[in-house]
Design a protein around this ligand. Structure first.
Ligand code: ATP
Ligand code: MG
Length: 470
């Protein structure tokens, strides 16, 4: 059935072809737009300017073109026609009244009635044709009209004196020289129209640009606020929803969302603290009762469990406390790397550190130190050889921690991030671990707007990659 084939791109026969025909146009259209988008400016401000300016220029170009083509040309041709008609009339008069004393009358009539200043030169060859102006419809219109209406050798100077056009026509025994005002033969105020057009659009633009900027600023501020919240930094102090209604609504929605999230974090922290605290009290009582019960043989395993539980609770409490809003500040990678160098020496581990880029990063210092400590501490705990490489570039910090330990099988790499999850006990010779380290580390990385990824290391063990905007 054709319809089902069309719905299914893989279908055979007629259906496939019609499917292709149907999708071909949108697909090439999409490709076209993707290419256009590639060359488009990326920022909102530049794009909005483009949206305002492009139609304006397009409209003006079309109007200017049509105007030049139709109006300007037509008017100039008409005016040239009229002037040429006057000149032709004068020539006719000269032919009809060839007596030299009537010339003065003709010259007077031409001056008074036609605003043409004429004089008669003795018969001598016309000057060689002057250089043609590059862009002159006047020259073309006048030439073609003289050729049409008078049909005698003529010489034309539309370039020379800017306000006056000079025409010379070779008559039988003399040369007629006519000075015409340029405005008489030419739609000369056209450029004023263009000037008005360009001028008003410039004025419009100078008004529109600040308005546009004002409309866009609230969007940029909202972006900034959302970004810094995502990175766990405090909101810019001057942030308050402004601008067009939709933008303001988005701003208020963002503030509400932020408050909700903060409330949730607070609740979680409070609950964790409460539970841990209550349990700790009970555990202390447990320990006390165990100690008081006397018979050591039976209770040894039990009190070990109680100790474990207590250390877990301590870890949780520390975590919950640490989560409570710490202000962002400066963190010096160099001194931190020195510190782990010291730790490696004490624990007799082979350590190689590399730092590329600015050593100072902008994070929540204590939380961030805990994040690094948990990951590097794991490497020290589970391996003999460790490599730490930090790259700080364009607002992004990437810390890669490689080790040559047993690594973590791929299918377990998500699970180890769960609280209290530890891999097989055999490898955990050091029994003090609670299995919270990576959970806390990921939490901190994410609250900074980053994350941790685990993979295979070239050293043979685990590679932990921490990426945090800093
Ligand atoms: N570099 C590593 N190499 C091999 N296994 C690792 C490595 N890092 C973590 N693991 C495994 O992942 C588990 C979870 O690690 P996590 O740091 O969360 O807990 P932990 O180190 O056992 O305890 P702690 O809460 O003291 O950090 C560990 O028990 C260990 O089995
Ligand atoms: Mg750990």
């Amino acid at each position: 059935m054709a319809t089902t084939d069309m719905e299914r791109p893989g279908g055979g026969g007629f259906g496939t072809r019609s499917w292709r025909a149907l999708t071909a146009v949108p697909r090439s259209w999409n490709r076209f737009w993707r290419r256009v988008a590639l060359y488009m400016p990326k920022r909102l401000y530049a794009r909005s300017l483009l949206i305002v300016i492009t139609p304006m220029i397009l409209l003006q170009s079309v109007v200017a073109f049509v105007f030049m083509e139709r109006h300007w040309q037509t008017v100039t041709v008409r005016l040239s026609q009229a002037v040429t008609r006057d000149i032709a009339g004068i020539i006719d008069l000269l032919d009809t009244f060839p007596q030299p004393d009537s010339y003065a009358q003709i010259i007077r009539i031409a001056q008074e009635r036609m605003s043409l200043k004429i004089d008669l030169l003795p018969a001598e060859p016309l000057p060689p044709p002057g250089p043609k102006p590059f862009f002159s419809i006047l020259d073309q219109a006048l030439s073609s009209e003289i050729r049409k209406q008078i049909n005698k050798p003529f010489w034309l100077d539309t370039v020379g004196n800017s306000n006056i056009v000079e025409v010379r026509v070779q008559l039988d025994d003399k040369v007629l020289r006519v000075f015409v005002r340029r405005s008489q033969a030419y739609a000369s105020n056209t450029h004023i129209f263009l000037l008005w057009m360009v001028g008003t659009s410039l004025v419009l633009l100078t008004i529109a640009i600040p308005f546009l900027r004002n409309q866009i600023r609230p969007i940029l501020q909202l972006t900034e606020a959302a970004e810094s919240f995502g990175k766990g930094r405090p909101m810019p102090p001057n942030f308050r929803p402004r601008g067009a209604e939709e933008v303001r609504r988005a701003g208020f929605a963002f503030i509400q969302m932020r408050e909700r999230i903060e409330r949730q974090i607070d609740q979680r922290t409070a609950m964790l603290t409460g539970v841990s605290h209550d349990l700790r009290t009970i555990l202390t009582r447990f320990k006390l009762q165990l100690a008081l019960s006397g018979s050591k043989v039976d209770t040894e395993a039990l009190s070990q469990d109680v100790d474990d539980m207590q250390s877990m609770l301590e870890a949780y409490l520390a975590f919950a406390r640490g989560e409570a809003t710490e202000d962002p500040g400066r963190f010096d990678l160099t001194s931190y790397l020195d510190k782990i160098g010291e730790e490696a020496r004490l624990r007799k581990r082979k350590l190689k550190v590399t730092l590329v880029g600015e050593p100072e990063v902008h994070v929540r210092p204590n939380a961030f130190a805990r994040l690094l400590q948990n990951v590097v501490g794991n490497a020290f705990r589970y391996a003999k050889e460790v490599e730490v490489k930090a790259v700080h570039d364009r607002g992004m910090l990437v810390v890669m921690v490689d080790d040559n330990g047993p690594g973590i099988p791929e299918e377990k790499r998500e699970e180890v991030f769960k609280p209290f999850f530890r891999l097989d006990e055999a490898r955990n010779l050091d029994s003090t671990g609670t299995g919270l380290g990576l959970a806390v580390a990921r939490d901190i990385a994410r609250s900074h707007g980053g994350d941790i990824k685990l993979s295979d290391s070239p050293l043979g063990g685990l590679r932990a990659m921490i990426r945090v905007p800093a």
